[in-house]
Design a protein around this ligand. Structure first.
Ligand code: ADP
Ligand code: MG
Length: 776
């Protein structure tokens, strides 16, 4: 429950805050209806009080009472990302350049804003979080500290179920590590063997690494089925500095750990098994070990600090105690809807507890083992879903009945699984079937030659022993099934051909069959064509939730539109979201550029004025020297005019410096925005290409290759067999497409590279097949 989580989080941060070395802050997630009467901040903004209304019916005059009070270093309410950085991170980062290790951690319930605080919005410069800002600060300080040679390295580690993952291992020059990573201690500190550490000489490189890691974080949550809210992520900036002037001076090394902790909500253990239970146990343990370690650090009597109890504290060992700066930000939700009802909830809880006890007695009388009656959480529901799947697959013999709630959920999940399977079958059919024009006799005879249809035009089933064929025919189209009905050849010529990617479904009615036109269509099925179309479109939807889901593809035209025309369509439909972001970023970029150019103009104007003033001063000085200088007790006497000029010059120089600093900041922002714009553009184009090929083409290069290599026209051969992947690959790819594609340019290029390799591979396979057929 939210209330409990609030108190748990607040008391955690307050307990940590009492430790000398730890600075504890609370950041409250903004909300429209903040319960001011219930959550109060101290005047110094260094405490949070939770107030609960007393029962007014009892006639208490002062109907408020402080129920809980927590002391902290600061409360960040409605705080901008700027302010948050200034408050919690700036000093830690600046001291890192003097050799102090620093750790900044975000703690709190899932959804309360940890990642927003740490990483921020990766599409919006203004809302960037502590991570990119820390990198900017580090590079800015390096620029200022010309006396020192400073190198910066970064790494990005994820800890999930007590296993270590390198979030930057996808970089081409890194590659996956052969052995699992281990935490190693040496006199210099703690390091992680096997974790890639990347030298970055400029801000932009560092940003790229950050984006790469962020992308991998999201990808991993899909492909490895990891729940990203259940892992700890540590981005580390390693700084190494030595004086350029004093050759004997030692190196100063330090690290800044920026930690996005796993969600602190207590995960239900009851009813969960396997992976889920493991996750729950590991998170609960690692967060409480973290607490123990920090408490032990603050306790002077303790000489043993339990760092090695879990990977999190072990990895942070040299950045938690001693000379380290440590900041803990606890993110909490601003809503406290449940706070108001706490009293009522408490009563209901009491009642519920009684009822549960009673049920337990019943259970034990009825010889049933301990049963849990709590509502299902998402973890438990997922578990039931998996049970249902296993049951349907036959790997689970029966699903034990536990209680009414569970039975209801089992039925519910049956429905979920069933409708998912329906969708899968339908889209599989759509991938595999296509129609060849019945008037295109060349096509028909080619297909007959290839042994795919018999002399009557009836389809031959599985292409046993053929050099190339149609792949596996779905059950409903296998010989002996309905497909062999008494339809005439003309009605019947729906050649099952495997088809790549998204398609343009058409019903037979919509299909305009004219000679020499070949169109890909779905095998006509009564009534549900539209339904299937919707489903498939959403199942291959490359954009996350906020883009239009139910996109209806118009029929595939016989001649595809030109790319510029198609691009316009794409930007209004499938690509609208990315296009919007792209335009938004571009306008931010332009605005910054404009400001930078204005600032440059101002700087030039100031510079000119400085020059003029200097000249005027020189004239004055010369005049003074000519007239003979006045001196009074060793002090030079100058006249008012000269004095004013000096003041003016000083003021101008100050302005100049300020403007110059602004310009530098603007340039950094421009660089960052440019990066985002490039990323967006790249993604927009890549998505478009994929969409375009899927919508209008089987790849052109393959058509060309086939034309020159074979006697059969490309449109009539089951060309999709040529470009299609094996059954398993196909599944892998549709998964890849769904999971990786939305996640950013790095994944797109990964996906592209992979698809290209596989297509090449399959193309070669198919060509060999075709040649064998030709020989026959
Ligand atoms: P967590 O990492 O703790 O699970 P997130 O950082 O992902 O939570 O936040 C959940 C959602 O709330 C995100 O969409 C995020 O953009 C938004 N959000 C969180 N904190 C803020 C904030 N201070 N201002 C605006 N949006 C926020
Ligand atoms: Mg998060």
């Amino acid at each position: 429950m939210m209330t409990t989580e609030h108190f748990a989080a607040l008391s955690f941060v307050a307990r940590m805050g009492t430790r000398k070395k730890v600075h504890a802050f609370v950041r409250v997630k903004p909300t429209d209806n903040f319960p001011h009467e219930m959550i109060r901040y101290g005047d110094d903004n260094k405490s949070i009080d939770i107030l609960l209304k007393k029962d007014t019916r009892r006639g208490v005059v002062n109907n408020q009472q402080t129920d809980w009070s927590f002391k902290l270093d600061g409360v960040l309410h409605d705080a901008s990302q700027d302010l948050v950085y200034e408050t919690v991170a700036k000093d830690v980062v600046s001291q890192a350049l003097d050799g102090y290790n620093g750790t900044i951690m975000c703690y709190g319930q899932t959804g309360a804003g940890k990642t927003y605080t740490m990483t921020g919005a990766t599409e919006n410069y203004k809302h960037r979080g502590i991570l990119p800002r820390a990198l900017q600060q580090v590079f800015r300080m390096i620029e200022e500290r010309t006396t020192h040679a400073i190198t910066v390295r970064v790494s990005y580690l994820e800890i999930y179920n007590e296993s270590l993952f390198d979030l930057l291992s996808t970089l081409p020059y890194v590659g996956p590590s052969a052995t699992p990573m281990t935490i190693v201690e040496n006199p210099q500190g703690v390091f992680i063997k096997g974790l890639s550490v990347h030298l970055t000489s400029q801000e932009e490189d560092a940003f790229s690494l950050l984006f790469e890691g962020e992308t991998n974080r999201v990808i991993a949550s899909h492909t490895m089925n990891k729940n990203s809210s259940r892992s700890h992520c540590i981005f580390t900036i390693y700084v190494e500095s030595h004086s350029r002037t004093l050759s004997d001076e030692k190196y100063i090394t330090s690290k800044i750990n920026l930690v996005d902790l796993a969600g602190s909500e207590r995960l239900g253990k009851t009813g969960s098994e396997g992976r889920v239970l493991k996750e729950a146990t590991y998170i609960n343990k690692s967060l409480s070990f973290l607490e123990q370690a920090i408490i032990a650090l603050g306790d002077q009597k303790r000489d043993h600090i339990p760092f090695r109890q879990c990977k999190l504290t072990h990895a942070l060992k040299d950045s938690l105690g001693g000379n380290c700066n440590m900041v803990l930000v606890t993110n909490i939700y601003g809503e406290a809807a449940q706070l108001e009802e706490t009293r009522m909830v408490k009563n209901l809880e009491k009642e519920l507890a009684l009822l549960k006890q009673e049920l337990a007695i019943h259970d034990s009388l009825a010889n049933r083992t301990l049963v849990n009656y709590d509502p299902m959480d998402e973890v438990q529901i997922a578990e039931i879903n998996s049970q249902v799947r296993r049951y349907l697959e036959g790997t689970l013999d029966e699903i034990d009945i536990i209680n009414l709630r569970q039975i209801q959920e089992v039925f519910n999940q049956f429905r979920v699984v069933l409708s998912q399977q329906e969708q899968e079958i339908e889209s599989a059919l759509r991938r595999k079937y296509t129609l060849i024009d019945k008037n295109d006799f060349a096509a028909i005879s080619a297909v007959q030659k290839a042994g795919l249809a018999d002399v009557n035009g009836h389809l031959v089933g599985e292409p046993d022993g053929q050099g190339f064929g149609l792949g596996v025919i779905p059950f409903s189209f296998k010989p002996g099934k309905k497909i062999k009905s008494k339809k005439t050849f003309k009605d019947q010529l729906s050649i099952p051909v495997r088809k790549e990617g998204a398609s343009s479904p058409l019903s037979t009615k919509e299909l305009d069959i004219s000679p020499s036109k070949t169109q890909l269509i779905l095998p006509p099925r009564d009534g549900d064509v539209k339904d299937m179309r919707d489903r498939e479109t959403s199942s291959t939807e490359p954009f996350p939730s906020d883009s239009p889901k139910e996109e209806l593809r118009p029929p595939r035209p016989s001649t595809p539109p030109s790319k510029p025309v198609a691009f316009e369509d794409f930007k209004n439909e499938r690509g609208s979201e990315i296009n919007r972001i792209f335009k938004e970023n571009k306008s931010i970029l332009n605005e910054r550029r404009k400001r930078a150019s204005e600032t440059t103009q101002r700087i030039n104007a100031i510079k000119q004025e400085i020059d003029t003033t200097k000249e005027a001063l020189n004239v004055q000085k010369a005049l003074r020297e000519k007239q003979g200088e006045y001196e009074n007790k060793g002090l030079m006497i100058i006249d008012e005019e000269e004095f004013l000029l000096i003041l003016k010059l000083k003021d101008l120089k100050k302005q100049y410096r300020a403007e110059y600093q602004d310009l530098r900041d603007l340039r950094a922002e421009i660089q960052y925005c440019q990066h985002l714009v490039d990323q967006c553009r790249h993604r927009l184009l890549t998505e478009f290409d994929i969409w375009y090929n899927e919508s209008f083409f089987i790849p052109e290069d393959l058509q060309v290759a086939l034309k020159s290599g074979c006697s059969i026209r490309p449109g009539m051969v089951p060309i999709n067999r040529v470009v299609s992947l094996g059954e398993d690959d196909q599944d892998k790819f549709s998964q890849l497409q769904q999971t990786m594609l939305p996640e950013g340019p790095e994944s797109v290029s990964f996906y592209n590279a992979k698809v290209k390799t596989e297509q090449k591979h399959n193309y070669l396979k198919a060509i060999t097949g075709l040649q064998q057929v030709n020989k026959k």
